[in-house]
Design a binder for this molecule. Structure first.
Ligand code: PLP
Length: 462
């Protein structure tokens, strides 16, 4: 595939950009001291699943640029929608004003929940949506005279972002521990991660065991608990830890029984990533298929197709109504300057258009099966790995501790670069989370290069 030429060619080389970046940009999620060994790839342009560096090297964006990209880079439909929006309205504040992209997006997302979640509150990054959901839950209880409900429950190894509130419900030591003294205390309960199955135990059994632990906490503490927050179906930053949907049903029932809000963080797993538009759709009881919903649902990343920072929180009418009052201070006064940015909302509408007009999920099932088969062919019986798993457009396996060696993730990432792949394992978990435009050629490329990277990494010694 050819990538259009850079419209503003620069005389700088890849090495120049790397050097200048290290000298001036404080990179996220990075120990800057490692930059000499792991210099940033200077990307000049991108098209479809391909990223092209200034030195001409091409990389398959196998993790969708931190799980945000849905339809590839420089998607014609999203580009066209954005260009039109740019000439119409680039931004206006959403307090005291409104605009078509925000209204239409809120209406269409609510319709996708069968209007179970009636209002959308807009923000920008995922962590802001989590902050909003936590504040909404607490404040709505307070407005109803239940201000004692101020504690939150989160799952072992769950991840909800890196701002102070979001970190307080995140249980990933490497991100959280340094800031622990600053954080509010949360209850951390067993996650339903199916990898914890004891001999003879199934994934639903693990899910029920985890739900029982939550039930015990609710039994003793529900009067003080505002909400439980979880990532439905896949705890991504935990290392693509997958669980059976029965967990979501059980938690929904417990929250109803004990009067606790359920916050679904679909920032990573929403927008079709797990096989349904909202991951929570899979929580419906298969016997009657009656949909069930969380009280608050956070969305970000893929909703704008990976183009612009956009996050949002969908809420039930019950929570929304708890803020209606003559007293201004009982309203939800939270705001961000770029809340509901028209360009970001327009990109999101173009994403929804694709879901409405194209068989995106069906296509993902078909092309996803190609990647599953290609990986199975190459990984079957490989004793160096364990826990090969997949849900929707997420594939993962764990490299056994005994063979991984030191700095496995970094070594794998660097070896992958040489294979034309952009992959950043999480600990010993190698995962693929590609854009939704896989074809047979891509599937073969990904499987072949991933296994070649694995071989190179494990052969490179420790
Ligand atoms: C489940 C989940 N919640 C929240 C976040 C935070 O989103 P952001 O990085 O946009 O703040 C992430 C980011 O990876 C995530 O995976």
């Amino acid at each position: 595939m050819s990538i259009p030429a850079d419209p503003s060619p620069s005389s700088s080389t890849a090495a120049d950009w790397q050097r200048r970046s290290v000298a001036s940009v404080w990179h996220p999620c990075t120990q800057m001291q490692r930059m000499a060994d792991v210099p940033p790839i200077a990307i000049a342009r991108a098209h479809g699943p391909w990223l092209e560096a200034y030195d001409g090297a091409r990389y398959f964006d196998a993790t969708s640029s931190w799980w945000v990209n849905l339809f590839g880079h420089a998607d014609a439909r999203i580009n066209a929608a954005l260009k039109q929006q740019l000439d119409t309205l680039e931004h206006v504040m959403l307090a005291g004003c409104t605009h078509a992209p925000a209204v239409e997006l809120a209406e269409r997302l609510s319709a996708r929940t069968g209007h179970a979640l009636g209002h959308t509150f807009f923000a920008s990054d995922g962590a802001s949506a989590v902050e909003i959901a936590l504040k909404m839950s607490f404040h709505s209880w307070k407005n109803r005279g239940q201000g004692d409900k101020r504690e939150f429950v989160c799952l072992r190894h769950g991840y909800h972002g890196e701002t102070i509130g979001a970190l307080a419900v995140t249980d990933v030591a490497v991100f959280r521990d340094a800031y622990d003294p600053l954080l509010m205390r949360s209850h951390v309960v067993m996650a339903p991660d199916a990898r914890q199955a004891e001999p003879g135990e199934s994934a639903p059994d693990v899910a029920r065991r985890a739900a029982a632990e939550l039930a015990a906490l609710f039994e003793s503490r529900a009067g003080h608990i505002a909400a439980v927050i979880l990532e439905p179906l896949v705890q991504c930053a935990a290392g693509m830890a997958m669980h059976d949907p029965v967990y979501l049903r059980e938690v929904r029932a417990l929250c109803d029984r004990y009067g606790v809000h359920l916050i679904a963080d679909e920032i990573a797993v929403g927008c079709g990533r797990t096989g349904t538009f909202f991951a929570f759709e899979q929580a419906a009881d298969p016997t009657d298929a009656k949909p069930i919903w969380p009280d608050l649902l956070c969305l970000s990343k893929g909703i704008s197709g990976g183009y612009l920072p956009l996050s949002l929180v969908l809420s039930t009418d019950a929570i929304y109504n708890a803020f209606l009052d003559d007293d201004t201070a009982r309203g939800f006064l939270h705001s961000h300057s770029y809340t509901g940015n028209p360009l970001a909302c327009r990109a999101a509408l173009a994403v929804l258009d694709r879901f409405d007009e194209e068989p995106v999920l069906q296509r993902n099932r078909e092309t996803g099966a190609l990647l599953t088969a290609a990986l199975a062919e190459r990984l079957a019986g490989d004793a160096r790995i364990e826990q090969v798993r997949q849900r929707g457009m997420i594939w993962a396996f764990d490299v056994r501790e005994s063979v991984a060696g030191v700095r496995f993730a970094e070594r794998f990432h660097m070896a992958a670069r040489l294979q034309g792949l952009l992959i950043r394992p999480i600990g010993r978990t190698v995962y693929l989370m590609p854009p939704y435009l896989l074809n047979e050629e891509h599937a073969a490329y990904l499987a072949e290069r991933t296994v070649a990277t694995l071989n190179a990494t494990l052969n490179s010694g420790h």
